[in-house]
Design a binder for this molecule. Structure first.
Ligand SMILES: [Zn+2]
Ligand SMILES: [Zn+2]
Length: 113
């Protein structure tokens, strides 16, 4: 994958690919409810675009407009590739290949974190 250059990439095709990779147990995602209705999500595994390992931990605070998640339905999360590969040539210090994808993250037992 050393020749893949940085490109801002998102869209349904990438979302589907990420979902497929999760179904195939390549890409992993877990969400849990933290105090004060904060949702913490963890996504790790190969990026659906560049295939480099990513490890993205995010916390979402309730915005007041939506009902608090009950831990039953998956939590939709936008995940940005944060791989450490030096060859994409991205301008951002965050690294990554520029891919952003949406993933339905299932809630799990808190002990798995
Ligand atoms: Zn990537
Ligand atoms: Zn990469």
């Amino acid at each position: 994958m050393g020749s893949l250059s940085y490109a801002r990439t998102s869209g349904t095709a990438l979302d589907f690919k990420a979902a497929d990779m999760m179904r195939d147990d390549l890409l992993h995602a877990r969400a849990r409810l933290a105090p004060n209705d904060v949702v913490v999500t963890h996504v790790w595994g190969p990026c659906p675009r560049c295939k480099d390992p990513i490890d993205v931990l995010q916390a979402f605070h309730p915005n007041g407009d939506e009902p608090a998640p009950d831990g039953a339905a998956p939590y939709p999360v936008d995940v940005a590739c944060d791989c450490a590969a030096p060859w994409h040539g991205g301008a951002s210090d965050m690294g990554g290949c520029g891919a952003t994808f949406r993933l339905e993250v299932p809630f799990s037992d808190p002990s798995l974190f």
